[in-house]
Design a protein around this ligand. Structure first.
Ligand SMILES: *[C@@H]1O[C@H](CO)[C@@H](O)[C@H](O)[C@H]1NC(C)=O
Ligand SMILES: *[C@@H]1O[C@H](CO)[C@@H](O)[C@H](O)[C@H]1NC(C)=O
Ligand SMILES: *[C@@H]1O[C@H](CO)[C@@H](O)[C@H](O)[C@H]1NC(C)=O
Length: 324
């Protein structure tokens, strides 16, 4: 396995050199780790949820990030700020996205599910209560209808604390695709049996939803509309484990992909792959030069720039001037 990975890795590295890496810079975060980004449409400010539970927004280059919102009320700052996360009392906001129509920021918290907060920030409002999921992870908003699709990875993290074990025993199928309808405020299960579904994006035309299945290194498509409505199929198979999927304005998708080597120590080769709405891999960008062996969680294209997120770095990675 290792020689194959090494060869593949160097092929990808060659590819990266073509794109040139001098364009990389970092925006420092207040503490380590953030999984996903959102940009407001008014002034293009970047927002993110930190591992320690804070939701922060980038104010300006002088001030940097400032506190914006939380998913829990009475979050004890002293206890939470700067921690590695996973404390329920601090909140666990792992996905963010603006509804570009209402200008509200939608948030997914692993334990609380979907929440929403207005422009002024503060404590976010939970959209639906009840135990519909074990560990909510990724979501996307259909702006035409306001319907939100999201994933539940199941109880895999509570059963296995050791990440290497999770990947080795790649047989967990406890994940689900769910739908939240803002009109009825009800949650419905659309698809079961998913292998750690940690990424999700809706197609530009709203016809289908893509879900990354981390353990099986593939992306599954669920049809929302048309003759195949309510059915699913494999959309694309990837060279490594896919995390978040984000749609670009072109209608293509960027997927954060980590090729993992588990022994002797967990090592990641972090990539971004751009995939067309037809399931073709259009481009692969290698982030190893800046991220070394650090796993990444998201690659997002915003106004011609790529933003790369990781749970293990204290910065937002910014790649400008890449040709895509
Ligand atoms: C995780 O489990 C693997 C295999 O069981 C073991 O080799 C490794 O040392 C464990 N890692 C940690 C951090 O406990
Ligand atoms: C898809 O399922 C929903 C219920 O989840 C149902 O209302 C709808 O009619 C179904 N559509 C098709 C084409 O089967
Ligand atoms: C990767 O390694 C370089 C050189 O040692 C170091 O400067 C950089 O901070 C590392 N990057 C990460 C994300 O750890």
């Amino acid at each position: 396995m290792v020689p194959v990975l090494t060869v593949l890795f160097f092929c990808l590295l060659q590819n990266t050199l073509v794109f040139g890496l001098n364009s990389f810079h970092k925006i420092l975060l207040p503490s380590i780790g953030s999984e996903s980004y959102a940009f407001d449409s008014e002034n293009g400010r970047i927002y993110t949820g930190l591992n320690d539970g804070r939701i922060v927004k980038f104010q300006d280059p002088k001030i940097g990030f400032v506190d914006f919102a939380t998913t829990v009320s009475n979050r004890p700052k002293k206890l939470c700020d700067g921690t590695k996360g996973d404390l329920k009392i601090c909140g666990k906001p792992i996905g963010l996205e603006f509804n570009q129509k209402t200008k509200e920021l939608y948030i997914i918290d692993a334990y609380l599910g979907l929440l929403v907060v207005g422009k002024e920030g503060g404590v976010a409002t939970q959209l639906s209560r009840g135990s519909h999921f074990d560990y909510a992870d990724a979501f996307d908003i259909d702006t035409a209808t306001g319907v939100i699709y999201f994933t539940d990875v199941g109880d895999i993290f509570s059963k296995n604390r050791n990440f290497t074990d999770i990947v080795y025993r790649a047989n967990d199928r406890g994940g689900k695709l769910l739908k939240y309808d803002p009109k009825t405020k009800k949650i419905e299960v659309l698809l079961k049996g998913l292998a750690m579904p940690v990424g999700l994006a809706i197609s530009k035309d709203g016809a289908f939803v893509l879900i990354s299945e981390y353990l099986t290194s593939k992306i599954t498509r669920f049809w929302v509309k048309g003759p195949k409505a309510n059915t699913s199929e494999t959309f694309v198979e990837l060279p490594g484990h896919p995390d978040n999927i984000r749609r670009a304005s072109s209608g293509d998708f960027w997927v954060a992909v980590n090729i993992l080597k588990l022994q002797p120590t967990l090592t990641a080769f972090p990539l971004g792959q751009k995939i067309s709405a037809k399931g073709q891999i259009l481009q692969t960008v290698n982030f190893y030069g800046e991220y070394n062996a650090t796993s990444i969680t998201e690659v997002q294209e915003h106004l011609g720039t790529l933003y790369v997120a990781s749970l293990n770095t204290d910065f937002v990675g910014v790649y400008k001037g890449l040709r895509f």
